[in-house]
Design a protein around this ligand. Structure first.
Ligand code: ATP
Length: 364
């Protein structure tokens, strides 16, 4: 096991295009680090530079304190799990898992290989499938074999590139739990690329959010959610996403698309001397006024609900405004079930968690 230090790493592809623009990231020994961001942000490129499948244009990569820039992938002792599993179709599950051990010819005895394959297949519940070929396995089982191949040797770190994106939603949920359990029991440093919010928020000790080749923020899932450093992170983390509303400040008031309200202290502090701000309100900050008491820092407004979506445990309400596209509210409950007919409803919004963001806007 080892720490991974990414120091101001740059990736320039042949045509002068910068896919990674100087990213620094210290991943601690045993840490589970997620790289997340929209398509094309450079997360796979960064992972491939760590594993050695792409050259590093500039900057330095240290694994366990040792410079790796010039080392071939096989000398970095990292185990990578790919999205398409990359199994050998002509080999059985047993032979696929054993493959990395046989690569290092002579290093492992047959008895050692057998016991390691058994240990990995025990952990991944693959014992009943050891003599099958990949074509005769389900998607989830193939993914497990790919993970078996990663854990069979004592790699310094695991690198995952969107390992669950070919699985259906239910299986993705199961495999996510298995990966979390596996990583916890092995405590191996892990870097995991995904664009899936749930994977990012549930698996990672920390999450690095990338956009256009740049690191936006690296923090625990909770800190990203509650203290995003800029509008990109605020809008990217959270599903459904944060609503961004224009706000006008003056005379101790804030004017929002749904009315004018006393300016909460925290918003005032975050806004400083600006008169125009963007206020970010998470969908779950809205509540049905009939079911809650207004609190300090919260305000009430009445608005038409345009469309509702009921998902069993929660209800999404779309609230359109003349001056702004619809706001999405996520309500634990509504006093009465709304039907498709537009209804006027009283909402309460709590703005007291407003926080300052880096580029001077305000997010609540
Ligand atoms: P996705 O989620 O879609 O896989 P990503 O964040 O992993 O996206 P990368 O695959 O790292 O993105 O690609 C980052 C950028 O680099 C993209 O704009 C991509 O088009 C570009 N890119 C990737 N590989 C090459 C290459 N071999 N030559 C030139 N440009 C490339």
């Amino acid at each position: 096991m080892a720490s991974i230090d990414v120091k101001n790493i740059v990736k320039e592809y042949g045509d002068g295009f910068l896919a990674v623009k100087g990213i620094s990231l210290d991943i601690a020994d045993g840490e589970f680090m997620i790289l997340v961001g929209p398509s094309g942000c450079g997360k796979s490129t960064l992972l491939r530079m760590i594993v050695g499948l792409e050259d590093i244009t500039d900057g330095e990569l240290l694994i366990g304190g040792e410079r790796m820039n010039e080392k071939a992938p096989r000398d970095r002792n990292l185990a990578m799990v790919f999205q398409n599993y990359a199994l050998y179709p002509h080999l059985t599950v047993r032979e696929n898992i054993a493959f990395p051990l046989r690569l290092h010819r002579g290093e492992f005895s047959e008895a050692e290989i057998k016991s390691r394959v058994e240990r990995a297949s025990d952990m991944l519940e693959l014992n009943d499938h050891l003599d099958r070929k990949p074509a005769n396995l389900s998607g989830g089982q193939r993914q497990r074999v790919a993970m078996g191949r990663a854990i069979v040797r004592n790699a310094q770190a695991f690198l995952f590139d969107e390992p669950l994106s070919n699985l259906d939603a239910k299986l993705r949920g199961q495999m996510r739990t298995e990966i979390a359990r596996l990583q916890r029991s092995l405590a191996t440093t892990t870097v995991y690329v995904t664009h899936d919010q749930t994977e990012a928020m549930t698996l990672g000790d920390r999450v690095a959010v990338l956009s256009a080749g740049e690191l936006q923020q690296v923090a625990s899932p909770r800190a990203l959610y509650e203290q995003p450093v800029n509008l990109f992170v605020a809008g990217f983390i959270g599903s459904p996403p944060m609503n961004f509303l224009p706000g006008e400040l003056g005379g101790g008031k804030i004017r929002l698309p749904f009315g004018e309200f006393d300016l909460p202290d925290r918003v005032a502090r975050a806004a400083g001397d600006r008169s125009l701000v963007i206020v970010g309100i998470r969908p779950e900050a809205f509540e049905d006024a009939k079911l809650t008491q207004p609190r300090d820092g919260s305000f009430q407004f009445e608005a038409n609900v345009d469309v509702t979506e009921w998902l069993g445990s929660e209800l999404y309400a779309y609230v359109p405004f003349q001056t702004h596209e619809a706001v999405e509210a996520k309500l634990a409950e509504l006093e009465r079930q709304l039907d498709s007919e537009a209804l006027r409803t009283q909402f309460v919004v709590n703005l007291d968690s407003a926080s300052r963001v880096r580029d001077g806007d305000t997010a609540a």
